[in-house]
Design a protein around this ligand. Structure first.
Ligand SMILES: Cc1ncc(COP(=O)(O)O)c(C=O)c1O
Length: 377
């Protein structure tokens, strides 16, 4: 059976975790956490990078730092993972869902302004599959309406928009290092921001409401409870695993891009025949090979194809997401602005193919050949 995903392992993870154990420093903000943050600051040109326990928690921190009041509205695509919405719902915000572009499954920036009301405070673009949203337009809308932008770049680590790393363009950027992502620490994430004035509050929020970060830097001689907060910092043991992966960032990226390119090139004939559609990569975006998906005719075709790939060919393909505005919590906490022209229809046609660092090119060829052989599109 060919798995859909396997956590990447590049070689030095165990050595670095042993170093962390030998140093008897396993809690948060130890040497490996610092190395990971410094690496991301340098490579993604981000002034501030705080490693977190997940992207969900990075989004929660961003939602806190946006100073939302109950009843404030937050605009995001309906086609996304639940955490994008949950983080803001926890602040009492109302979610306003906007339709996606069918070509990229990213928020349709031309429909954002119609969704803005006097209660709108934040726009959350989600860079689906590591392909950038139309950030120039989104930032322009945000500036004109005095809104904050929180980039959900869970899938967009080491992906770029007009030369800028995803996650560094909006007020806040949120990364995921979950095991399904390009670079991992099992569970983990990061919060990025460029405005230094958020740093003190962000550190307090992440360290249980205390000024412990200042204490560790020797800026104060005892630490205390100064504001509300939670525990959003990961163990240095996890950071040690991640650091090994970040060091091999280019190698991981090249492998994933090679898989993407193989699928893309060899599935082109199916698109030419009108049987499937392949992902579209807008000009100015540089993706990170996070995902490869195809779109088939409809839900029934997808269900049959996923079953055939699994039962006849031993290949696990998956789909996601159930559009959030149709989920029970989406109905309770949100509303759809305008018409759902593409979100539901396109989400039912989308099928993800296996994509991970250790997937062999022989397996990629086999998966592609299976799709070329299938007769029932
Ligand atoms: C778009 C998006 N946002 C947020 C998340 C949440 O990430 P994490 O699992 O690190 O909390 C994911 C995870 O799959 C995601 O795909």
């Amino acid at each position: 059976m060919i798995d859909f995903n396997r956590a990447p392992y590049v070689g030095k993870e165990v050595e670095y975790m042993q170093q962390a154990i030998a140093g008897a420093k396993l809690c948060g903000d130890g040497p490996f956490t610092k190395k990971c943050s410094a690496f991301m600051k340098e490579h993604f040109h981000s002034k501030n990078v705080l490693l977190t326990t997940s992207c969900t928690h990075a989004l929660e921190m961003a939602a806190f730092l946006c100073d939302l009041q109950p009843g404030d509205e937050v605009i995001m695509p309906a086609y996304t993972f639940v955490s994008t919405a949950d983080a803001f719902v926890l602040q009492g915000a109302k979610i306003v869902f906007v339709d996606v572009h069918p070509e990229t499954m990213n928020i349709d920036e031309t429909k954002i302004e119609a969704a803005i009301t006097e209660h709108t405070k934040v726009i959350v673009p989600v860079h689906y599959a590591g392909v950038a949203c139309e950030m120039d337009t989104i930032m322009d809308i945000a500036r004109r309406h005095n809104l904050k932008v929180v980039e959900d770049a869970a899938q967009g680590v080491n992906a770029w928009y007009k030369g800028r790393a995803l996650g560094t363009i909006g007020d806040f950027g949120c990364y995921s290092f979950h095991e399904t992502k390009n670079y991992t620490m099992g569970e983990g994430g990061a919060l990025l921001f460029q405005d230094d004035s958020y740093l003190e509050r962000a550190e307090i929020l992440r360290e249980k409401g205390t000024n412990r970060s200042k204490f560790f830097r020797g800026q104060i001689d005892k630490y205390t409870w100064v504001n509300y907060g939670s525990s959003y910092l990961p163990s240095d043991l996890n950071a040690a695993y991640l650091y090994a992966q970040l060091e091999k960032m280019d190698e991981i990226n090249e492998k994933r891009r090679a898989i993407f390119d193989y699928y893309h090139e060899h599935l082109a004939p199916l698109e030419k025949k009108g049987l499937i559609e392949r992902p579209y990569l807008p000009e100015g975006t540089e993706h990170n090979g996070h995902m490869y998906y195809i779109k088939v005719k409809d839900l029934e075709t997808r269900t049959k194809l996923i079953r055939w790939m699994k039962e006849e060919k031993g290949v696990l393909c998956v789909f996601h997401y159930i559009p959030l505005h149709t989920a029970p919590a989406g109905l309770k906490f949100g509303r759809f602005s305008g018409e759902d022209v593409y979100t539901t229809k396109e989400s039912e046609r989308l099928m993800r193919l296996p994509m991970y660092y250790s997937l062999s090119m022989e397996d990629v060829k086999y998966i592609t050949d299976c799709l070329l052989e299938y007769q029932d599109y």
